[in-house]
Write a protein that binds this ligand. Structure first.
Ligand SMILES: Cc1cc2nc3c(=O)[nH]c(=O)nc-3n(C[C@H](O)[C@H](O)[C@H](O)COP(=O)(O)OP(=O)(O)OC[C@H]3O[C@@H](n4cnc5c(N)ncnc54)[C@H](O)[C@@H]3O)c2cc1C
Length: 400
């Protein structure tokens, strides 16, 4: 047997699994191998919003995420048609926004510095468990391991190999990067007064650049999600990251093209979507019926299922890594690799309870798609939302 643990995918869930395993079972460190199909720093479509739980989990691994270039959003706004509620955290930023090429590269370097081997540019093609171990076929060679962790994301090969016929629940997302508001406002002012370019006053910027915005206005049109607008940066240059999330819960009803509400919201704020490169990627989300393991193979991160309510998945990927590491470490102690208890471990954990609550909320809030209900929810039920967010949705990281 070549390796004790092979982790397929070097995103946050795979790297977190390796780092947590090293922390709780250091003797396994030398026999952990991460196979990553890309090369760092690799791009990953993602708005990069880190909630408090991601920072808590990284700090517990002895990692300081402020080393990664970031922009902090002081508040988060949850709006319906531009009006709603403000969400903030006590004496800290509400959301830290990183770029995934930089964040994942940093996390991979931290793992390597701690003695974990990562092979880049290796594409896993097939995963075949048997009673003695797992065979992993890659574009380069065939490898054996005692245990495999499928951390290969929403479209991952591991899940497709071990659960070829399982139902898959995925959200659809589009994302676009633009300059900051003031750049667009200045260029609009320039266009408006070609003869007076020096003296033209830019129109006032409609939004605060330190806020991350979510607007749920597409829900009455059967898009079960929101349009987001986050502050971000690229190579130190302030930018905005926009996108639209549709959990697909209302997929049976007639819906506009996903691009339309995003273009509408951006145009309201002076941006023309057609001026920018639009990209899309799905997120596989958590449902209580998702299967998470077979003997010798378990799933983490998007492969296991991310947040269905808002499509948040980085903190969740880090959390799955902690739970998978505990399961694997105990399996090696017992020399028994059925992973029968993994799903129970996840569902009983603080992460599992937060995911279940988000699944219930997504199932409850999005189908109530009447405009009056969405207005009531986001504009008038502020204490209920803030309480639910703090108690049931966030703050699970310290309890995992
Ligand atoms: C548009 C968009 C915006 C998002 N915004 C946010 C946000 O603001 N905040 C947030 O928390 N979450 C966000 N998410 C979700 C978040 O990106 C994911 O939940 C998170 O990346 C999951 O991490 P992961 O490690 O499970 O998977 P991934 O990050 O997808 O990593 C999987 C890794 O596996 C590798 N891989 C895949 N197949 C193979 C193979 N066959 N062989 C070897 N390697 C393989 C990939 O190259 C990749 O590095 C967003 C997602 C999208 C699509």
């Amino acid at each position: 047997m070549n390796h004790s643990v092979i982790i397929i995918g070097g995103g946050p869930s795979g790297l977190s699994t390796a780092l947590h395993l090293r922390q709780i079972a250091p003797h396994l460190t030398k026999s952990i191998l991460i196979l990553e199909k890309a090369r760092y720093p690799r791009s990953k479509l993602c708005a990069g919003g880190l909630v408090i739980d991601a920072e808590v989990l990284l700090a517990r691994l002895g990692l300081d995420v402020s080393e990664v270039p970031h922009v902090d959003a002081d508040h988060i706004r949850f709006d319906f048609e531009g009006r709603g509620l403000n969400f903030r955290m006590w004496k800290r930023h509400a959301l830290r926004v990183i770029r995934r090429d930089e964040f994942d590269n940093w996390l991979a370097k931290m793992a390597e510095l701690r003695g974990i081997e990562i092979r880049e540019g290796v594409i896993v093609k097939n995963v075949v468990p048997d009673k003695d171990g797992v065979t992993i076929e890659t574009n380069e060679e065939t490898i054996r391991a005692q245990v495999v962790v499928g951390a290969d994301g929403s479209n991952g090969v591991t899940r497709r190999c071990i659960f070829p016929n399982a139902a898959v629940y995925t959200a659809r997302l589009l994302e676009v990067l633009t300059p900051e508001y003031d750049v667009i406002a200045r260029s609009a002012a320039t266009k408006q007064s070609p003869d007076e370019q020096e003296t033209a006053t830019p129109p006032p910027v409609a939004r605060n650049d330190k806020i991350a915005y979510f607007d749920f206005f597409p829900v009455p049109n059967n898009i079960a999600g929101y349009v987001w607008d986050f502050p971000t940066q690229i190579k130190g240059e302030p930018m905005r990251c926009w996108g639209i999330y549709d959990t697909n819960i209302l997929a049976d009803a007639k819906r506009p093209q996903l691009k339309e509400p995003l273009a509408q919201e951006m145009s309201r704020l002076g941006f023309n979507l057609d001026d920018y490169e639009l990209k899309g990627h799905p997120i596989r989300w958590f449902s209580p019926e998702n299967q998470l393991s077979v003997a010798r193979v378990l799933l983490v991160g998007d492969a296991a299922g991310a947040d269905p309510l808002l499509g948040e998945g980085i903190s969740i990927a880090l959390g799955y890594g902690s739970l998978a590491a505990q399961e694997i470490a105990e399996s090696f102690q017992r020399n028994e690799f059925s992973f029968n208890g993994y799903r129970r471990r996840v569902s009983k954990s603080a992460l599992g309870r937060a995911l279940l609550m988000r699944w219930i909320l997504a199932r409850g809030i999005y189908p109530l798609k009447w405009k009056w209900f969405q207005i009531l929810l986001w504009r008038f039920l502020k204490p209920v939302i803030i309480f639910t967010a703090n108690v049931f949705v966030l703050n699970w990281g310290k309890r995992i």
